[in-house]
Design a protein. Structure first.
Length: 282
């Protein structure tokens, strides 16, 4: 067991060093802001501390447990703030690499490399401690993803009057690739592994004594933060993003599989792009 944990830790450190080296290489190529390149190592250290604090606490006195809980909450909040800053920060004179310019729909596709690197750092450090509730068969996984995608699209069309606009533009492969490899994977790692799982473990023991209540609270909070990250709370689309975030959180809660949440989110984004008005106008 010691050797397995030691090897896992060594692998995480090696993968982290590789991603951080990529970050500074991207900065050297003017593809990443300097502040993000500097913040990524701090973010990685905080993620490692989060993982350590999540598994600490057994066999120690009550007073120590409370101290560790408070320390864990503080580290989690700081990790959250730095993670958001890395993903959202962009100097006025800086643009991430332009991947493709679409004419129909009219928008430019950029690769947010800082967001992608931060997302994969989360996967490296927190995926192994994520709860796996069910090992779904391929058929059940497909049905779960399909139900989630269809639900979000129906809500978008019927509840928010997002117009039909079927299209198959050139460059759709670039949209799908960047969306899956960077956008969706990073966001689901952030909202499921860091926020949803993190909140569940930080909830008071009285709440965690009722597992379903704790899980629903964590899922609901992650959906609310997801909506806040995508639209102002006063904007009509806030409720649409709240619904979408809730379905992604539900997919993760019911299956325990990050891959199901990623596939659902990716399916919604791709079918929104191909079938509906895109992009949403905030």
């Amino acid at each position: 067991m010691y050797l397995a944990r030691h090897n896992a830790g060594t692998k995480s450190i090696a993968l982290t060093a590789t991603l951080l080296a990529l970050g500074f290489a991207f900065y050297a190529m003017d593809a990443l802001p300097f502040a993000c390149a500097v913040a990524l190592p701090v973010f990685a250290l905080l993620l490692a501390a989060n993982k350590r604090l999540r598994v600490t606490g057994n066999g120690i006195c009550h007073k120590q447990t409370r101290i560790i809980a408070l320390l864990g909450a503080g580290v989690w909040c700081l990790t959250l703030l730095i993670g958001f800053a890395i993903a959202l920060y962009r100097p006025a004179s800086f643009n991430y690499p332009l991947i493709y310019t679409f004419t129909t729909p009219d928008f430019s596709l950029y690769a947010n490399l800082a967001k992608g690197l931060a997302g994969y750092l989360i996967v490296i450090w927190l995926y192994s401690s994520a709860p796996i509730h069910n090992r779904l068969s391929p058929l059940r996984s497909t049905l779960a993803v399909s139900a989630g995608v269809i639900s979000v699209l129906i809500v978008a069309v019927l509840g928010f009057n997002i117009g039909w606009h079927p299209k198959l533009p050139s460059g759709v492969i670039w949209f799908a690739l960047i969306n899956l490899v960077i956008t969706v994977t990073a966001e689901e790692a952030f909202f499921r592994l860091l926020i949803q799982d993190g909140l569940h473990k930080l909830l008071p023991k009285k709440l965690r004594a009722t597992p379903q209540a704790a899980l629903w609270l964590a899922a609901g909070a992650s959906a609310f933060i997801f909506a806040l990250a995508h639209a102002p709370i006063t904007h009509p689309t806030f409720l649409l993003f709240l619904c979408a975030g809730g379905i992604y959180a539900l997919a993760y809660q019911l299956t325990g599989r990050l891959s199901v949440a990623i596939a659902t989110h990716f399916g919604v984004n791709v079918f929104h792009f191909l079938l509906l008005q895109y992009p949403l106008v905030l």
